[in-house]
Structure formats: structure tokens, C-alpha cells
Design a protein around this ligand. Structure first.
Ligand code: NIG
Ligand code: FE
Length: 410
């Protein structure tokens, strides 16, 4: 079936070639005004200016009536599977405790782990799929999901099986990341090295055998896992052909960026705490820097120095970090707004970071991330908006009118 979509006010992020964007190139968002788009078998088949619409008979025609169309958001960093929200810690933070204070007294990730360990697989699946369906209606059309609230062999496997089931059930690309090194569990409180042994010698072999993870992640941070710990874990994962995506430089200059770059991580994520050395290391590599502005917002922390990183020619993506502790929202529209308001991304840069570069940051760039012939027709239709800048500018307002996945309305 050939579906013709007419009268598109702006068709955004049209790209003949699939390139990761870095530095200055991130400000270029190619578009056609007053455009048409043809979808065939769930894929983008053709597009162009309405003036050049070929005179052909189509099976169906949809009049977009002035909507702007862009590729759906590619959210390359989430912790979508969790058992329970943590609003009590939110209140504790309002009373003055920091994220690190809460973690140090056994709250935070360890609290989420305790609740998740007591929750059966079906319960986790049901709540996670509900969250994902909400996100798809907000425009997310590809997602990465991490484990990391299990922290035992059985519970990390349980989380990864939930992610696998999500992959099988939803029409959008889903990537799964093993984050056993998210925190040192209570049982290994005085024996971090013992826990790392468990990750390397028990968790990883089973995960590799069942093909449960596309990537490995480590929370490379003071009081969590240092750069040497991180290196050991990602080297062990590479032996199974599992590349790294890291939590790096969130609360402190952790050395995580340099370790990630050295081991050709697909991405290093957070980057709120960067120095010159870390920026240079990232800029001169193929590793993508993933910025998570809603985590900095929610924790009221410094924002990643995006202008400096773009000046130095880094390739940046944007993601939601959806999790119960530091970003209890997966709304990528807000991520894009906040990225402009607080990280000083330009609107075009932010949209590129949340689409094509996000796709590269989870290895789904051949399927999604731009308006390219042959890619999935995963599309956001906006309410009428005059310009690209209006999208991040009018923050908090639901501007996503309709979403199409594989050429079907959801
Ligand atoms: O990306 N920093 C580590 N992990 C999450 C927070 C997880 C949690 O607090 O539950 C993050 O911010
Ligand atoms: Fe995270």
C-alpha cells in the first residue's frame, strides 16, 4: 500500500546519507517546506516538495493540513524497568539531602534494587510496558533500556528478560544494556571486588549465553565504580562482543570518559562534570557524548558544558535517563526544550541530538532517526507550528499531535 501524505508545513531532518553529526554540523537540520511524503510497507518511500509531487495514483492520501513532521525521538539512555517510584526521596531532597547523601544511607539505587528483587517478572513487565506506551504517544520511536536494579545474578537476569519481552512485544527498536555495575549491593558492602568478580564470572557469561544484552554499562563515579573497575568490566564484556555505553562524569570528573574512549564505547553519558582533558578525549574519538538534561534539572545540579563540547567538535546525543531517582520522566519533548534552555543547544542541534545522533548512540541508525528512504516510517506529526524553534520554545505544551510507527497511527 502506498500512502501519500500531503501539505506538510515542514518536513524535518531529511537526509540522503546516514552520518553521525558532530560539532558545527549539528546545527544543520535539513528540511523541506510545503512537502509531501510517501510511505510504503511501513517504510519511507519518497518525499519532496508539493510543487514536485509526481502525478501518480496512491492507495490512500492523508492531508497533514499544515503539520510539521519529524522523525520520532530516539531515546538512547533509560532505566525504564523499575518496580516503584521514589517520591519520598524527592521530598528528602527538598529538605536538603543530596543525591549522594541519599545513596550513602542506603536509599537511591539500593532501595530500588530491594523493591525490584521482591517484584515478579510479570509485574515489572506490566509497569514497564505501560510506561513505554505512554512514551510512544509522546513521540518516542526507539529506546534503550538498562538493567541495574537487580544487583544479584537472578535479578539482573530477570530485568534483562523483561527487556527482551518488551523488545518482542513493541513495534519500535529496543536495545538492552546490562548495568550490573550500577551500585555495590549491601551483601558486598565491604567487598566491591567480590561483586565485580560476580559480574565478570557469573552475570556476564549467562547474559552472553542467552544473548540478553546489546551493551554493557558501568556507573563510573566516586563511591560507585572507579575507572579501573570500569575498565575491567568493559574488557570482560568485549570478550563476549558486547560493547560499552557508560555512565560517566555525572557527579565528578571520574575518568569515565577517557576509559570509554580508550575502549571505543558507543557512548559516554551524563558529562555534567567535564574538564579540558575529558572534552578533548571525547572530541577526538568516535564515542558519542549523551547529554541527559532532565537528570541535572531534577537533581538541581550543573548542566553539561554543551557549547564547549560542540566547539571542540564532539558528537552529542540527547536522552531522557528515565528512572525513579534522578529523572522520573521520559518525555523527550521536555528533554529537547530543557537542552535548549539550560544546555544552550540550538533548536536544530537539539533535534539532531534527539533523533539521528540518538539513533547512532544505540546502533539503530539504519532503521530510524531521520527522514531517509528505506527507514521506518516512525514519525511525529505536530500541531500547527510556524517554525522549528517553536517546538523547544513552547515548553511543557503538548505539541505532538499524532505519532506514526511503521506507517501506522498509534
Ligand atoms: O543515570 N546515575 C546512575 N543512574 C541513574 C540514577 C538511578 C537511580 O537513582 O535510580 C542516572 O541518573
Ligand atoms: Fe542513567
Amino acid at each position: 500500500m502506498h500512502l501519500l501524505i500531503t501539505n506538510i508545513h515542514q518536513l524535518l531532518n531529511i537526509r540522503e546519507h546516514n552520518h553521525l553529526l558532530r560539532g558545527k554540523a549539528m546545527a544543520d537540520l535539513p528540511m523541506i517546506k510545503n512537502a509531501f511524503l510517501v510511505i510504503h510497507k511501513g517504510k519511507i518511500d519518497a518525499y519532496g516538495s508539493m510543487d514536485a509531487l509526481p502525478e501518480k495514483v496512491y492507495d490512500a492520501v492523508y492531508n497533514a493540513a499544515g503539520a510539521t513532521i519529524l522523525p520520532t525521538w530516539c531515546d538512547s539512555h533509560t532505566h525504564l524497568v523499575f518496580a516503584k517510584s521514589r517520591e519520598q526521596e524527592f521530598v528528602d531532597k527538598l529538605h536538603g539531602l543530596s543525591y549522594a547523601d541519599i545513596a550513602a544511607r542506603g536509599g537511591g539505587i539500593l532501595h530500588s534494587a530491594a523493591v525490584l528483587q521482591a517484584t515478579p517478572e510479570t509485574g515489572l513487565y506490566d509497569s514497564a510496558i505501560k510506561r513505554l506506551q505512554e512514551l510512544m504517544h509522546l513521540g518516542t520511536g526507539a529506546i534503550e533500556i538498562k538493567s541495574g536494579y537487580g544487583l544479584t545474578v537472578a535479578d539482573e537476569l530477570k530485568m534483562l528478560r523483561v527487556i527482551r519481552r518488551i523488545k518482542e512485544q513493541v513495534p519500535i527498536p529496543v536495545k538492552s544494556t546490562f548495568l550490573g555495575a550500577h551500585a555495590v549491593p549491601h551483601t558486598y558492602r565491604d567487598n566491591k571486588q567480590g561483586y565485580i568478580q560476580l559480574i565478570i564470572h557469573e552475570m556476564l557469561p549467562q547474559i552472553a549465553q542467552e544473548q540478553l544484552a546489546d551493551y554493557v554499562d558501568v556507573f563510573c563515579e566516586q563511591n560507585f565504580f572507579c575507572d579501573t573497575d570500569t575498565e575491567r568490566i568493559i574488557e570482560a564484556a568485549y570478550k563476549y562482543g558486547i560493547p560499552a555505553k557508560l555512565h560517566a562524569n555525572q557527579l565528578s570528573v571520574s575518568g569515565g570518559v577517557e576509559v570509554g574512549v580508550k575502549h571505543k564505547a558507543i557512548s559516554v553519558d551524563h558529562l555534567e562534570a567535564m574538564n579540558e582533558k575529558a572534552i578533548h578525549s571525547l572530541a577526538s574519538s568516535d564515542t558519542i557524548g549523551t547529554i541527559l538534561p532532565t537528570a541535572a534539572f531534577f537533581l538541581r545540579m550543573q548542566y553539561a558544558p554543551v557549547r564547549k563540547m560542540l566547539q571542540e567538535n564532539c558528537a552529542l546525543a540527547l536522552a531522557s535517563d528515565y528512572n525513579p531517582g534522578s529523572s522520573p520522566s521520559g518525555n523527550m519533548n521536555f528533554v529537547v526544550s530543557l537542552a535548549c534552555i539550560q544546555n544552550e543547544f540550538l533548536p536544530e542541534e537539539a533535534i539532531n541530538a534527539a533523533t539521528i545522533n540518538g539513533a547512532f548512540a544505540m546502533g539503530v541508525e539504519k532503521e530510524v532517526g531521520s527522514i531517509t528512504v528505506g527507514k521506518k516510517a516512525n514519525l511525529i506529526f505536530t500541531k500547527p507550528i510556524a517554525s522549528v524553534a517553536y517546538l523547544p520554545y513552547h515548553f511543557g505544551t503538548p505539541l505532538v499531535d499524532k505519532v506514526m510507527i511503521d506507517g501506522n497511527w498509534i
